[in-house]
Design a protein around this ligand. Sequence first.
Ligand code: BTN
Length: 323
Amino acid sequence: MNDNRKEIIRLLKQSEGNPVSGQEIGEKLGITRAMVWKYIRALRKEGYDIRSSPKIGYTLDAYPDRIDSDELGKVLRTSLIGTDIRYYSELGSTNNTAREIAAKVTEGTVVIAETQTNGRGRLGTEWQSASGGVWVSLILKPSIPLENVSKITLVVGIAVTNALRALNVDAHVKWPNDVLVKGKKICGILTEVSAEVEKVDHIILGIGINANVKLSDLKDEIRKNSTSIANELGKTIDRTTFLADLFYELEQQYIRFKTKQFTDIVDEWINLSDTIGKEVKITTPNKIIEGKAVGITERGALVVIDRNGNRQEIIAGSCRYSN
Ligand code: BTN
């Protein structure tokens, strides 16, 4: 979108439903009223619902639900996460694009797409990525050993949960990396690592949040266990503002991860957890463990007391709740 059109939208949004005259817009932009009118017509064609009242001015009644990456850059309160934003209307998978560019970009770069045609979930599953979601991949380059990567996934789960709770969505983390609301999935996290000789080169953290996704757009088998922010709140959210808040949370948690004891993070994760205290069935590549989830270790492993009363520590796997 050209700068004048963007500026007109900014002015109309700023006036919060009050009309802004063509003259005022023209003066602010240094263009004629006729030019303002030309831009208003172009914006209407792009889906902006702009009412024009003779002698009063223009009012923005509704606008297309799109992430505004320029606006996001302006409202960010971070110094690392999101300082380089790669925004696309459509991608195969933001994780794939992030992986392609990871070596060339700085830490904290994010890849965002309005829709994904090949969104990927954990364990080779498909991730349905209709419009209205927050589909984002974050590139981090921490100097940590490979075994510490699962800790970062827990950190991201905390950040997403806090960002959702700030909207009054009652979110909880489910081990290893889902976020649930009343038992239904609202977010999944896909962590992918590139490492050399046990040392991390970069980590791609793919975060998928059903923000304004219409549940009716999801396949039946996914829909029955899913929810969205819009579904929980009964209204859609401004995804641009939400992303700025999410990046802020992610940065705070990442700084804490790098500077503080991991026990602080474990305590917060347990506080936000949906999993601790539940009967679980954990599947790993070489075994299945059934029992009660009782905690998280210093290494970021889930602690399960199995059916024989033995303590098991699981660093990676998938988790189902029993009964
Ligand atoms: C899961 O719960 O299985 C993980 C889902 C992760 C989905 C996100 S959406 C953004 C990023 N790009 C992808 O292709 N997947 C992740």
